[in-house]
Design a protein around this ligand. Structure first.
Ligand code: SF4
Ligand code: SF4
Length: 326
């Protein structure tokens, strides 16, 4: 967006608004988004609980492998950020387990999200044995929030004078931090899930403390984090900036007084005819380029684009329309 003034296809202002809410939450409560809001954490937690019930214990990755593997998420963040900036497309989309989760019943699943599906399956199967495998090793969002580990205002502190060294906090920590040996938790791996705080048997020993020694409880931190999201998304929804649905093919008016067409808004669910009409590109051109039949024209693009053996996807259609219009 900074380079060209346009957003990547599949990215809307709503994505920036969600990022804004995450950053506001991070300034106050560090990675509370990761610990308390992210749906992938919920999924991992559910499978972890099931694993605990069935196996009775949690496995741990060998220390050296665990240490180096945690750097992978920074590689993921760097690679996909650079590739997206260079190519101008949302490169991570087919590999993203959360986007894949939303396409579990889509005809695009095996064709468009095979790697994302593999990552999602590895995440849930891995979570059955190990805690937070995706958060610890692969999540680029967790990597992006690293600066807030120190910058975030409210941090967990341990009172060494009242601590009885029971290690219950260490056992509760899903990312294996040695909480019982730390004075203050500023480790970027901490998810701010507060499981250590809730596990501590001695009152006022593990506390969440902010500027001026102001203390808050773990329930307050969860509620306040959700409140930030509700406030940001709610206010921008009411003002019409936050879109709950994908933008239509045409929006606003162009210079000639006609509804303006944006190729970025082409979705797999749009029909070929709708795109032809909105873009002004004759339907015959679509027929010739994508080898369509008359019957295909009234079908959603994704029916043809994600059929087995198809040589193009929705992104290719978008790119072709973009080239035709320039
Ligand atoms: S240190 Fe505490 S808050 Fe941080 S991840 Fe571990 S249990 Fe959660
Ligand atoms: S759970 Fe509380 S008392 Fe036990 S080691 Fe951790 S901080 Fe100390």
């Amino acid at each position: 967006m900074l380079a060209s003034g346009t957003l990547l296809a599949k990215i809307g202002w709503s994505s920036f608004i969600l990022l804004l809410a995450t950053l506001v939450a991070a300034i106050l409560f560090r990675r509370s988004f990761c610990g308390n809001v992210c749906p992938l954490v919920t999924l991992q937690e559910l499978f972890a609980r099931a694993g605990k019930k069935v196996l009775g214990k949690r496995s741990t990755v060998p220390a050296a492998a665990d240490y180096w593997a945690r750097y992978l998420k920074y590689v993921v963040l760097a690679v996909f950020t650079l590739l997206s900036a260079a190519l101008g497309t949302l490169v991570i989309r087919p590999y993203d387990p959360w986007v894949t989760y939303h396409h579990l019943f889509s005809p695009e699943l095996l064709d468009g999200f095979l790697i994302g599906l593999t990552v999602l399956l590895l995440t849930v199967v891995g979570s059955f044995f190990y805690d937070r495998v995706f958060c610890k090793y692969l999540c680029p969002m967790g990597a992006a929030l690293t600066p807030f580990a120190k910058l975030g205002l409210f941090k967990i502190k341990r009172n060494a004078h009242t601590c009885i060294n029971c290690s219950l906090c260490d056992k509760a920590c899903p990312v294996n931090l040695p909480v019982s040996r730390l004075e203050k938790i500023t480790d970027p791996e901490c998810l701010d899930c507060d499981q250590c705080v809730n596990a501590c048997p001695v009152k006022n020993t593990l506390v969440i403390e902010g500027p001026g020694g102001k203390r808050i409880g773990s329930t307050f931190r969860v509620v306040a984090t959700f409140a930030i999201f509700l406030l940001v998304v709610g206010s921008t929804s009411l003002s019409g900036v936050f879109g709950w649905t994908m933008p239509p093919l045409t929006g606003g008016t162009s210079e000639g007084g006609k509804p303006a067409f944006t190729f970025e808004a082409i979705k797999g669910t749009d029909t070929w005819l709708a795109v032809s009409e909105a873009s002004g590109i004759p339907k015959e051109a679509f027929v010739a380029r994508f080898q369509l039949t008359e019957a295909d024209l009234a079908q959603p693009i994704k029916t043809k684009a994600h059929a087995p053996g198809s040589t193009f996807d929705t992104e290719a259609v978008r790119e072709w329309v973009k080239e035709k219009l320039h």
